[in-house]
Design a binder for this molecule. Structure first.
Ligand code: ATP
Ligand code: SF4
Ligand code: MG
Length: 338
């Protein structure tokens, strides 16, 4: 089947006085109908920027490049008006910060009326209410709260409201940016359940952005691992988690496991400055397996041995590695490279 959404070499950068922050730097992936792709990676690696970029929802001043194909059209080159229409009906977004998206002066009912009317102007007030109450019920919010204001809800409830608002039009593709971070464990499980129902009942496709590798294992078909603006590995969840090819994926999985069992164990070092990322592989200053080639030459994006894609010189292609490139990178070479 054809993918619902295809990102091709997507780039997003923010202009700053220090230079351009290359928050997303050449990202490609497909999502099939009814499929959920999990997007994981450390804070600041560009997940939210990518999610917003896919929707054409970047702040003014951000620049972008590449293509995002949806239903035969490139979302990134659409007129703003057409992109706006598409966003309500076919593309939905659940934001990382729900408060900034709800208008404190408007009741929940107003939010629903506004959203639904924009895209279905023919509906009566009763029909709108019926749809809204369905969406609220799905998210465990009682119908009695329909006329409440956003500030009358707890943080977790507001997040669920945002999800209900995003779901009410039953879009074909949803970006959910950390939909569970503000929520307690019970609600988290409930949301994973709802997302799963959604894809089963409506064949909704989802990009699920999260820090939580456990959620990815539970709710996603495929996973994309992002590091410093690039997707360094992607593939089927079981395959990538059981047989990670990229050292960053391995570190990420290791740090998550030990967070649960033995306490804190973050990946040593910190992500690079996206204004001036390191030459070669961006992970090389932190990579326990770095080789000489990694400090100078960008790894090539290739197919993983068991499907999916990866970019790491350990996987290959061998013939592209210069003579002597596979010797371990020495600590003192690191200092020079940076
Ligand atoms: P988190 O996990 O903390 O949500 P993230 O992976 O979603 O992080 P982004 O929010 O996409 O990361 O940020 C990627 C990079 O772009 C960071 O360096 C961030 O500081 C920068 N950035 C994000 N938004 C802006 C903006 N509006 N203007 C300038 N820089 C920005
Ligand atoms: Fe590590 Fe080199 Fe692979 Fe980068 S390309 S992840 S530095 S082994
Ligand atoms: Mg984010």
């Amino acid at each position: 089947t054809d993918p619902v959404i295809s990102a091709r070499d997507v780039r997003v950068w923010y202009g700053t006085t220090r230079g351009a922050i290359r928050a997303v730097d050449g990202v490609s992936f497909d999502i099939a109908p009814g499929e959920t792709l999990g997007l994981v990676g450390e804070s600041g690696c560009g997940k939210s920027t990518l999610g917003r970029g896919l929707m054409g929802l970047l702040p003014p001043g951000a620049k972008r490049d590449g293509e995002v194909w949806f239903d035969g059209k490139d979302v990134l080159s659409m007129r703003p008006k057409d992109a706006y229409r598409l966003r309500g009906v076919e593309l939905g977004m659940i934001f990382q910060e729900p408060l900034t998206r709800l208008n404190p002066l408007l009741r929940i009912s107003d939010h629903f009326e506004e959203t639904i009317k924009q895209h279905d102007p023919g509906l009566s007030k009763d029909e709108i209410k019926q749809r809204a109450l369905d969406a609220l019920r799905q998210m465990g919010i009682p119908p009695t709260r329909y006329r409440s204001y956003p500030h009358e809800f707890s943080g977790g409830m507001r997040q669920r409201l945002m999800i209900a608002l995003a779901l009410v039009l039953k879009p074909a593709f949803i970006v959910a940016d950390e939909p569970t971070t503000a929520l307690d464990v019970l609600v988290e499980a409930q949301i994973v359940q709802i997302l799963n129902d959604l894809r089963r009942n409506f064949r909704t496709s989802l990009l699920l952005i999260t820090h939580n590798v456990g959620i990815v294992a539970e709710a996603c078909d495929r996973v994309a691992v992002m590091y410093a603006g690039r997707i360094v590995e992607q593939g089927r969840v079981a395959d990538v988690f059981e047989n990670p090819q990229h050292p960053y994926t391995r570190e990420l999985l290791r740090s998550t496991i030990s967070l649960r069992t033995t306490g804190l164990n973050f990946i040593p070092g910190s992500p690079p400055d996206l204004v001036d990322p390191p030459d070669g592989c961006r992970f090389h200053p932190r990579c326990p397996e770095a080789m000489a080639v990694c400090a100078t030459k960008n790894p090539i994006n290739i197919e993983r041995p068991t499907g999916g894609r990866v970019e790491c010189w350990l996987v290959g292609p061998q013939e592209e590695i210069p003579e002597g490139g596979t010797r371990p990178l020495k600590q003192e070479e690191l200092a020079v490279a940076d």
